[in-house]
Design a protein around this ligand. Structure first.
Ligand code: GCV
Length: 720
């Protein structure tokens, strides 16, 4: 080889090595289960000392999954496999159901395992024949799997594992994702591509991401999935589709995930050839019984039905003059022999009732308390309108001692910037869960109602509208993964703090560097408040683009329903702004328990966050900040937008400290978010100014475009 050629080859070699080091492009597919090699030598060595072999006892499908997951994790984290063992050696990791534990170990764990429920687990350092070991044990396979994922998470987050004694049980029984996925693979309010479920190729083709979806969910304790949209197509219940559903159920089963379906109430007519779907009609009742039997024949652990009825044009028992309880009970009776549940949604508002939409669910469901079968849960959105950036908690929480209420959160960001805006929802979820309803005196938090502890209810549940799709990174925005993650972690344990969840997620997904973690945590923790400020500060709500809900449009009026317009909600006029929900207005405030009612009803005690939700106030109303309302509104809008710029700068300072591909992805998203935050700010301030007639405070920069410009924008193909 000539010197010239040698030089050329060396150059290429150096170039390839440099590229290999600096352009590890993380596409986000691995979510929080990355298992990248441990970079901290001290941690690495301590783990290598403590885990020398793994012994997994059991022969079920779940045991095999556990074995595979641990092998994958060890290979990634340690760069090499940890040998599997058939016997107990020093520093062996033992994973076994309680009933399979070797006798010496049983003695050391028995009293703790006795307290476990079917999904709980114990992770413990112990010794057998004087040899130190680590044990993961549970009563069931699901518990073991949760314990395994928790143990892996300890390693991923570099925790000390030399003295472990973790007992963990889920606080809520049903922890579900709700997919608003249609059979044609579009996703209602989905911003991350198409539906994950490839119905056309099912049941024969099992896409590998079904398995990764199950792994991700199991790793955070989610134990159920409603596969299809609540605006349901009855075809899902035909045998053609049930075979496909059964195939998915089979994939998910060993991961402890049950499959549920949204049903269309008129299915007996749509696909059953009946003339009615009246819940009191014998033929209709029998049709559902037969259908339940058919489902359970192929999916023995089928979870049950989710129902949207008599809401936004969906059919329901009301079509026959029957109540929601009549409808729910008919389905509950059909599912009862197989231990299935009905999750009946409280998101209802009637076309013909001229009542404040915020009041309608309470008005319809409160009188039905105690009338539902014991396998019915009423699923309630977190607030009384519709997943707005901020709403007070739904007044039904606490109001139904005899009916278990299931929480419905929206993980997909329909009203929070789609998947383009970085908004960490952990803080929103937590704010709602910690709200005190005072239903049984102080401390009657929403969380205690949801987990069943306040009224001693036997079933409990929480659902999150999924933000997943076929986008390579699953959720559109890398940070939207954190919302899926936070939902799962809080569903398992609502006492976790949102900071600790954020920190955990950052370590699992982005970095172990302390400064980087702190910067990103700062970004995440303030992100929801920032968004509220540039979209709907001070309790404003429902002022977004018509139908697709993209961008600001407080000027929307004259639609087929008043309560689908923006002007209905903000009620701005020359005198002031806000929806009077006190006695002098719709009196929605009366639906809350006394101390809450009193707090919200007086503008002196009503928190600023909910002020315009409950009150119509003068533009010159003096706020706590000493500013007049108009000025405060402007400052909030400007602060929100300004904060996005700050976040952008903080993010840019992280270049080179996190994966390049992720850095660039988020950087571009933040640029869009910044543009849209300024758009929200300008459009809203200019529009409300037409009513207030007041100047934008002098220290704030005037918007550079006119209101007419913002009103002229249209987005015919915005996702919806
Ligand atoms: C699935 C809102 C959304 C609809 C959604 C509905 C619901 O109105 O905009 O897309 O429909 O809530 O939760 O049923």
């Amino acid at each position: 080889m000539t010197a010239r050629k040698l030089f050329k080859f060396s150059l290429i070699f150096i170039l390839i090595s440099v590229l290999n080091q600096s352009t590890h492009a993380d596409d986000g597919y691995r979510l929080w289960l990355k298992y990248d090699k441990i970079i901290d030598t001290e941690v690495f060595n301590s783990y290598k000392k403590l885990i020398k072999a793994q012994l997994i006892i059991g022969n079920s499908a779940t045991s095999h999954i556990i074995k595979k997951e641990l092998a994958l994790a060890f290979k990634g984290l340690f760069g090499e496999a940890i040998p599997e063992s058939n016997e107990l050696n020093e520093n062996t990791l033992i994973v076994a159901r309680q009933s399979d534990l070797p006798p010496g170990i049983v003695d050391q764990t028995n009293h703790q395992v006795m307290d476990l429920n079917a999904e709980s687990f114990l992770i413990k350092t112990a010794s057998i024949h004087n040899k130190p070991v680590i044990i993961i044990t549970a009563k069931t396979d699901s518990g073991l799997l949760y314990g395994t994922f928790t143990f892996i998470r300890l390693l991923q987050t570099y925790q000390d594992i030399s003295h472990l004694n973790i007992v963990s049980s889920p606080k809520i029984k049903l922890r579900l994702l709700n997919h608003w996925d249609n059979l044609d693979r579009t996703v209602e309010r989905g911003y991350a591509g198409f539906s994950l479920w490839d119905w056309h190729k099912l049941p024969d083709y099992i896409h590998p991401y079904y398995i990764d979806y199950a792994r991700a969910n199991a790793s955070i304790g989610i134990n159920g999935t409603v596969l299809n949209n609540v605006n349901a197509n009855a075809l899902i219940l035909t045998s053609l589709y049930l075979t496909k559903v059964a195939a998915l159920a089979e994939v998910f089963r060993p991961y402890g995930i049950k499959v549920y379906l949204s049903i269309r109430f008129s299915a007996p007519i749509d696909i059953g050839g009946l003339k009615v779907s009246d819940p009191l009609n014998k033929d209709v009742q029998n049709w559902w019984k037969e259908k339940a039997k058919e489902i359970y024949d192929s999916i023995p652990d089928f979870g049950g039905f989710l129902v949207k009825a008599n809401s936004e044009g969906q059919p329901g028992p009301g079509d026959y003059g029957r109540t929601h309880a009549d409808g729910a009970n008919m389905l509950a009776d059909a599912l009862k022999p197989y231990h299935g549940v009905v999750m009946w949604r409280a998101f209802v508002y009637d076309h013909n009732i001229k009542e404040d939409r915020a009041k309608q669910a309470f008005n319809e469901f409160k009188p039905l308390d105690g009338k539902f079968r014991d396998n019915v849960l009423v699923q309630v959105k977190n607030g009384p309108i519709d997943f707005q950036p901020r709403e007070p908690f739904h007044p039904l929480f606490g109001a139904t001692p005899h009916t278990p209420l299931m929480m419905e959160f929206q993980i997909t960001q329909e009203y929070l910037g789609f998947s383009t805006h970085l908004v960490y929802l952990g803080t929103l979820f937590k704010e709602v869960l910690e709200s005190d309803t005072y239903a049984q005196g102080q401390g009657s938090t929403v969380a205690k109602i949801i987990d069943g502890s306040l009224y001693g209810q036997k079933i409990s549940g929480i659902a999150g509208i999924a933000n997943t799709g076929t986008d390579r990174n699953w959720t559109g925005h890398i940070f939207a993964q954190a919302n899926w993650y936070a939902f799962g972690r809080l569903a398992w344990d609502h006492s976790l703090s949102t900071q600790e969840i954020a920190e955990e997620w950052i370590q699992l997904s982005l970095s172990h560097d302390k400064e980087v973690i702190e910067s990103i945590k700062k970004i995440m923790m303030s992100s929801r408040e920032t968004t509220v400020n540039y979209m709907t500060p001070l309790g404003l709500h429902h002022i977004m683009g018509w139908s697709h809900h993209y961008g600001p449009a407080p000027w929307i009026k004259d639609k087929q329903r008043d309560d689908w317009t923006s002007v209905y909600y903000h009620r701005a006029d020359k005198q002031g702004i806000g929806f009077d929900r006190t006695e002098t207005g719709s009196n929605a405030v009366s639906q809350y328990a006394k101390p809450v009612r009193e707090k919200f009803a007086s503008f002196n005690s009503c928190p600023d966050e909910y002020l315009l939700w409950f009150h119509h106030l003068d533009w010159n109303y003096k706020m706590r900040s000493d500013k007049i309302l108009w000025d405060e509104l402007c400052y909030r809008y400007y602060a929100g937008a300004r904060n996005v710029t700050r976040v952008k700068e903080l993010w840019n300072s992280l270049q080179g400290k996190i994966d390049d591909a992720i850095f660039t992805h988020v950087k571009q998203m933040l640029a869009i978010q910044e543009k849209e935050a300024f758009w929200w700010r300008n459009a809203c301030v200019l529009y409300f100014q037409t009513f207030s007639g007041l100047l934008i405070p002098a220290d704030l920069k005037e918007p550079d475009k006119t209101l007419e410009y913002y009103q002229s924008l249209s987005f015919p193909f915005a996702p919806k």
